[in-house]
Design a protein around this ligand. Structure first.
Ligand code: FO1
Length: 318
């Protein structure tokens, strides 16, 4: 059995590739909940949904989130009624949030509801939230002048993850990231046993600070990962100094002054025994080995399903 730690887009492609190399039921995908937020009174779990839809063959692969061939009739009605509607929820996707919200209100845990949803879609990869407790990524920073909205304040503001990522298109100069709720969150029993008993732990090429950071903010999770460092392999989400998708380049530059595979390796150093960089970054291999990590360079860009499978195969052989 293998455990994969992942967030949204980078995670779902990587997991899909792994499922072509090992029985999907032997994969436990431990997924981020830091992006979860309530919209229109409904609990939305973007990373859990992105991975579920991708593995169920329902995902909108172009956008990287939501359901393909979607309509947005309900959203246009709430906009007519005056709601800003900046978070685009499709009609079929709303069905997921209606179901999840009802079940949570009935007292079911997020992991129970996630299992009901994945069973209904016949997804055999075990997709579990890393915690059933509310851990939420908060961004503290200032709106960049080149964002779509003029800078509102000189002082840093607090944004929810989705305000930062979607409402402001991550045009925010980040001064810090805070994982609200991480100090009191407990891990799922399933997550603890997966981390302790699995053969290997793979960290998908997801955004380390936004997708794995919330998990590392929970002390118990950190402890468990440190115990399994030699069996843990991470794939760099930064290739040739740029993120494949999303705001990681800006975040690393804002927080660490550089955006490179090396800066990601440093972030993972206490938890990861082997770091995989893209072949374009092979000159970092020596510097990363000096961090007491194994390091290999392979083609990590998952531009199509074949590349996804190839990357997963290369990781399995390590
Ligand atoms: N990302 C956007 O950039 N714009 C959106 O309007 C948007 C809506 C949305 C609805 C449901 C969902 O599950 C994800 C959605 N995302 C949207 C992506 C979301 O912001 C994720 O958190 C990111 O993919 C990062 O993981």
């Amino acid at each position: 059995m293998i455990t994969v730690l992942a967030g949204g887009v980078g995670g779902s492609k990587f997991i899909r590739g792994l499922a072509n190399h090992t029985p999907p039921s032997a994969i436990v995908a431990v997924i981020n909940v830091g992006d979860d937020e309530e919209f229109y009174g409904l609990h939305v779990s973007p990373d859990l949904d992105t991975v579920t839809y991708a593995l169920a063959g329902l995902g909108n692969d172009t956008a990287g989130w939501g359901i393909k061939d979607e309509t947005f009739n309900a959203l246009s009605m709430v906009k007519t009624l005056g709601d800003p509607g900046w978070f685009t929820l499709g009609d079929k996707d709303l069905g997921t949030h209606l179901y999840r919200t009802r079940r949570l209100k009935e007292g079911a845990s997020l992991s129970t509801v996630t299992r009901e949803i994945t069973d209904a879609h016949q997804v055999s990869v075990k997709i579990v939230p890393f915690t059933d407790d509310p851990v939420r990524t908060k961004i503290i920073g200032r709106l960049r002048s080149n964002s779509n909205t003029p800078a509102e304040h000189d002082q840093p503001q607090l944004f929810s993850f989705q305000e930062y990522f979607v409402k402001h298109h991550h045009h925010v100069e980040i001064s810090s990231i805070y994982y609200e709720g991480a100090d009191t969150a407990s891990l799922n029993a399933e997550v603890v046993s997966a981390l302790l008993t699995c053969e290997k732990i793979f960290i998908a090429p997801s955004n380390p600070l936004l997708s794995v950071g919330p998990m590392l903010a929970v002390d118990r999770f950190k402890e468990l990962l440190k115990k399994r460092r030699e069996s843990t392999i991470a794939v760099s989400p930064i290739v040739a100094g740029a993120a494949i998708k999303g705001p990681l380049t800006d975040i690393l530059n804002d927080l660490y002054g550089e955006a490179s595979a090396l800066s990601v390796a440093r972030y993972y150093q206490p938890y990861v025994g082997t770091f995989v960089v893209d072949s374009q970054d092979s000159f970092f291999v020596k510097g990363i080995r000096d961090l007491n990590m194994n390091c290999v360079a392979v083609d990590t860009l998952m531009f199509d399903k074949e590349a996804e499978t190839k990357l997963a195969g290369a990781i399995f052989e390590l």
